[in-house]
Design a binder for this molecule. Sequence first.
Ligand SMILES: *Cc1c(COP(=O)(O)O)cnc(C)c1O
Length: 385
Amino acid sequence: MPTEFIPLCEPHLAGNEWPYVKECLDTGWVSSVGSYVNRFEATVAEYVGMQHAVATVNGTAALHIALLVCGVQPGDEVLVSTVTFIASGNAVRYCGAWPVFVDCDSAYWQMDVAKVAEFLETRCDFQHGEVINRSSGRRVSAVMAVDILGHPMDMDALLEVARRFNLKVVEDATESLGARYKGGRVGSRALVSCFSFNGNKVITTGGGGMLLTDDEELARQARHLTTQAKSSREEYIHDQVGYNYRLTNLQAAVGCAQLEQLESFIAKKVAIARSYQEHLALPGLTWQLQAPWASSIYWLFTIVVDEAAFGMSARQLRDRLTALNIQSRCIWEPLHRSAAFPDSEVLGGEVADRLYDTALSLPSSVGLSEPQQARVIDAIIKQCR
Ligand SMILES: *Cc1c(COP(=O)(O)O)cnc(C)c1O
């Protein structure tokens, strides 16, 4: 009997997307200027708790611009989580800088700040307000920490270390819009934070991103760089090499409609996670934990499969689920192992390597129905009988 395919994470477009997009088409405001772009920026800024927002074509572009406005120079080094999507590392290379990867902790899977502190204290020199990595001779100018899989990283701990060493902090919050950290929203404490509105993120604009900051001057620079560095209103005069990174009004219209549904999307993601936790308490299965200071949006609910205790590996379980028409996904190859970053330095890496072998993300779409989730749970339980 053919069974219905259950995807890992698909968009949910159930609100005002259609009327808002229609308005753009009816009025001709389809491109990179328009009221929806401004409204989308203002609404996200207010929601997250940052003063300024600059919408971009995608999250990767937002990260690239964030590093540029933080003053990251070619030949610099940037500390980056190694357990993340490749875009975090790519953005560093777009600036001509080099990533130094940082392992994560084993409970919440976020950047291990103790490793960052140890590296800065014991393996770098701090001279004239600059950090120099003794082994490479390069300047370390920024830290990019990622809020992985919907869960916040420990930003206060990182900010304390970064302050001591005069490092700029960029938060890759692309996976965690709406998550809470010590009462505030994720993305509200770093110097610059970035979000993505790709199709699989908690809200989508098809493709899109945003950069947020409380610093008016950095926001001005970011807006300038994302719009080809045009320096005259009337004429085509540009004062530096800029980028065509601005989000279109059409996409922002979808974003405004999606934002109206964000709280219900998060509630659904949390309910999905609770149900997995309730039903998957099986020998050999654990999952990404939630810190006492955090409230996760559970973007992708991710289990850890202990092969010996469960009776099969994460990849074997994935293949069984695939055969049952259920999509699941191993997490990213740690960036320190990626062919994209040969010979990169990594601080630790053992936790990341272990997660790569054992972690598996389960279907977590906002539209996942109870019978669909029951099918996923039954399929997993049957594998270990
Ligand atoms: C999705 C994602 C990005 C990039 O977002 P795009 O909009 O796809 O460019 C960056 N970092 C992380 C951690 C992501 O998950």
